[in-house]
Design a protein around this ligand. Structure first.
Ligand code: SF4
Ligand code: FE
Length: 490
């Protein structure tokens, strides 16, 4: 079944998810002005799946049921599927200008499908069968799932079991006949509040002493003992201003992160996909991270497309679009953005089947992709700010532009004066210039900066995490051999 966007919103209303923000419980979080834009972004993943124009990217045939499903619930069956995933993410970045959150679930499905298969192969467990049943349920109901990996981690010099507070990593506190009880938290969880389900994975490879932390499982987002504390974003309270519009930049869409707390949550065995198999924690982490690093070669490129477009419009509205250095800056932004896309497509094209049968990306290229993402969006934002001009951060508020208060000697209002003095290129309404500058401000410094800038740095793993993988995959020894042969060194 493919849900529509409206059905998705209604399905969220049925959940009893516990959400806290600014120290208070939020009961109607679906319609909360700070949260709703992030829900709208996920809604787009449902709406576009019904648009015939995008059916090829947005939907796929399930290898589990043969049914047409949303690609966000799909197990990649080929390199073509991997490329379509990246293209779908670019499309959604273009349509929302933000993080649309649903990818973490898709990446977790693919990582768990192959890893559970290999755990069972070694230990004779039945995690893969359980996971397949779970994924069928997700596909049939077209659910959004928060694939949750990152623990709070406490003192980074200590392993999970060495922490003064054992809860700084999610762990098993009780094993019962009917299931397990888990405790801990996952930090900065993308899309956790508006997900139907949470799919939990360990955050690092683990030694045997930490086997209580080697746990993977799925729970409904409103399961007893689970709650979320919403992460605030720069300039978020602008969304609470009465009649806010222009000052929001991207009014309709946004991203979302939260602290997800597991306060002794019971999980029945049929929803447990790893329990103490510590030697597979690293594999699961690497695979999930690899898929999510591929993802950034799509989503961030789509958002980059929007930012490049906004910078070009700002140039038009400032009357400088024909200036050669502005043209060159737009070329540079495009070059950087398409380089990220090249990496996303390349690591997909070089994909290969796992033992379980779904497709894995090329690890080295996916890590190079994400490493570039930790840099290029910053340069793209820098150039956008350069083209936009300082007005994007010094402009009076929307209320000033609309003010009827007479302050000029000839009786001009604040609104009239703002419109007069902030007029740009002839023929362009001042409001259009305001809108695009606020839009760039929002992406560079406001709520959307979470998804475009800092998330580019730390999402899917901080830069050093990719460098470790690049070191492991780079095969320097083989390269030394190449040089030796040509240099005549025996
Ligand atoms: Fe998807 Fe990108 Fe957001 Fe990750 S950062 S959830 S890949 S949109
Ligand atoms: Fe992310």
């Amino acid at each position: 079944m493919l849900m529509t966007g409206d059905q998705y919103i209604e399905s969220l209303r049925k959940l009893k998810t516990r959400v806290y923000m600014f120290g208070e419980k939020v009961d109607n979080w679906v319609d909360h002005p700070i949260i709703r834009p992030s829900i709208n972004s996920v809604k787009m993943t449902y709406d576009l799946a019904h648009d015939p124009e995008y059916a090829d990217l947005m939907t796929a045939k399930s290898n589990l049921t043969g049914e047409v499903i949303n690609r966000f619930c799909h197990l990649h069956q080929s390199t073509d599927d991997l490329r379509k995933k990246v293209k779908m993410q670019r499309l959604l970045g273009q349509k929302t200008g933000s993080c649309f959150q649903r990818c973490v679930g898709m990446d977790a499905f693919n990582a768990l499908y192959s890893t559970t298969y290999e755990i069972d192969e070694k230990y004779g467990t039945e995690y893969h069968k359980r996971f397949v049943e779970y994924l069928k349920y997700v596909q049939e109901n077209d659910l959004t799932v928060d694939g949750a990996m990152t623990d709070p981690k406490g003192d980074r010099s200590k392993s999970p079991s060495q922490q003064e507070d054992p809860d700084l990593y999610v762990h098993v506190v009780e094993k019962r006949d009917d299931g397990i009880v888990v405790r801990g938290a996952k930090a900065h969880q993308t899309g956790s509040i508006n997900s139907h389900e949470h799919l939990i994975m360990p955050t690092i490879s683990l030694p045997e002493a930490d086997k209580a932390y080697a746990v993977s499982f799925a729970v409904p987002s409103d399961v007893e003992g689970l709650f979320m504390i919403y992460g605030r974003q720069s300039c978020d309270t602008r969304k609470l201003e009465e009649g806010a519009d222009v000052d929001l930049g991207n009014k309709e869409f946004g991203g979302q992160e939260a602290l997800v707390v597991f306060d002794d949550v019971f999980v029945p065995w049929e929803r447990v996909f790893m329990c103490e198999e510590w030697d597979f924690a690293g594999m699961l982490v690497e695979r999930f991270a690899g898929y999510h690093r591929q993802s950034y070669g799509g989503c961030k490129v789509g958002v980059g497309d929007v930012l490049i477009g906004a910078a070009a419009l700002a140039a038009d509205y400032n009357g400088v679009s024909k200036t050669s250095h502005v043209k060159d800056k737009l070329i540079e932004m495009t070059h950087l953005n398409e380089t990220l896309y090249c990496c996303g497509i390349a690591c997909s094209s070089e994909g290969y089947p796992t033992k379980a049968g779904n497709y894995e990306i090329d690890m080295l290229l996916a890590n190079v992709c994400k490493q570039n993402v930790t840099r290029f969006p910053y340069e793209i934002v820098r150039l956008a700010e350069d083209i936009a001009g300082g007005l994007m951060v010094t402009m009076p508020s929307e209320k000033d532009f609309k003010s009827d208060l007479k302050v000029g000697k000839k009786g001009e209002t604040i609104g009239e004066l703002c419109n007069k003095f902030f007029k740009g290129a002839s023929g362009v309404p001042t409001e259009h210039r305001m809108r695009i500058l606020r839009f760039i401000e929002n992406m560079a410094l406001g709520t959307a900066a979470v998804g475009y800038r800092t998330e580019s740095m730390h999402g899917a793993g901080s830069p050093q995490a990719q460098r470790i993988m690049i070191a492991r995959q780079g095969n320097i020894e083989a390269k030394k051999e190449l040089a030796k042969v040509l240099a005549g060194i025996k």
